[in-house]
Write a protein that binds this ligand. Sequence first.
Ligand code: IMP
Length: 420
Amino acid sequence: MATAVLGMQWGDEGKGKITHLLARDAAIVVRFNGGPNAGHTVIDRGVKFGTHQVPAGAFYPGTVSVLASGMVIDIRVLREEYDAISAHLGSRPEIIIAENAHLILPYHRLLEELEGSGKAIGTTRRGIGPAYRDRAARVGIRAGDLLAPDRLQARLEQRIDLLKRAWPGVPGVSALDPEKMATELIDVAAPFLPSIGDAAGAIRAALSRGEEVLFEGAQGTLLDVDFGTYPYVTSSSTTFAGLPGAIGVPNPRIERRIGVAKAYTTRVGAGPFPAEIGGELGEKLQKMGGEFGVTTGRPRRCGWLDLVGLRHAVALNDPTELAITKLDVLSGLDEIKVCRAYRIDGEETIRFPLSVEDLSRCTPVYTTLTGWGEELRSVRSPDGLPRAARDYLEFISDELGVPIGIVSVGPEPDATISLL
Ligand code: IMP
């Protein structure tokens, strides 16, 4: 059976924990979008990892991890992560890297700095936007190029020549040396060279054999390049709607589609956020939830659960169930607000606007629910949850018309309640 795990908000929903749990039973785990902008927190046998590119399958010997063509891959970051996981396991995880996945190269990070998108959009500064742009502009370097050193160097020469003409006299650009870069890349990528190949074929074969295939989403729906809060988005498709194109399998027939949503909302980087909580309460939630970015360490902006955004995410991901994470963080609040609609120009709407200008004019319309005082960290069954917490979950599920299958009450793998 195939399963997909997707973020329903602005990323950081806690997908890492859910994929790590589900990867245990998977034959193959596939990351299909983004690159080292993602930071998935995984606790594996007591050791905490922040993974950025390696799919969660890597923690289980015998499970194959695939980096599909929709990703942009920074080989250096991959190598570091891979070596750390290998040392932790005492063996080397099996991976497949799509030959047609694009590489993030040192000049992509440099371009992000020169162009100022790091500041303007609040990106993770990992070179994501410039790498996807090179892909679309047909000047990118792909993983498969690492297998042909002469071709790699020729492509780097062409690309770097363009850069030098676009940024004359800029020291970081003038210093770029294609030959040196090619040699370094091949050196760092050495352990992966036998793993670069036909990822789409491997996924298709596993699906047709009926194996357990797990698709691991990165970022969240509201960061989708087309359907998110453009331009305050990432540069890839983050939704189930974009998944088939990102893996090269037109109809992967994914039976279980898990939409992961935090019990409240967070966002890193710039852009409108109607249900944002300012002041002391926002800071309290940030502290209680440990809301600091895994990739950049930046504090995450915090807000109440936003059903308008979530309805939009339900439409784009068609989830068969929801996983609600970090429910434990809400313990101790007398009341909990949920944004059930927006008000714009004096009118109430439940439609999520695609224009950020419109979104920034929206104010939240809240419903207030009763909170609970009990600690939830040790709860392991639905019956162990306080009445008010169950009511909160039921309210979310009813409003969105999607059952809740998983509730997470702590970062550890066993701090999980199964509801279906
Ligand atoms: P980029 O993906 O680095 O270009 O950043 C674009 C926007 O997406 C910024 O607001 C980032 O903070 C946000 N972003 C990218 N990846 C993640 C993620 O994994 N979690 C949360 N936010 C992310």
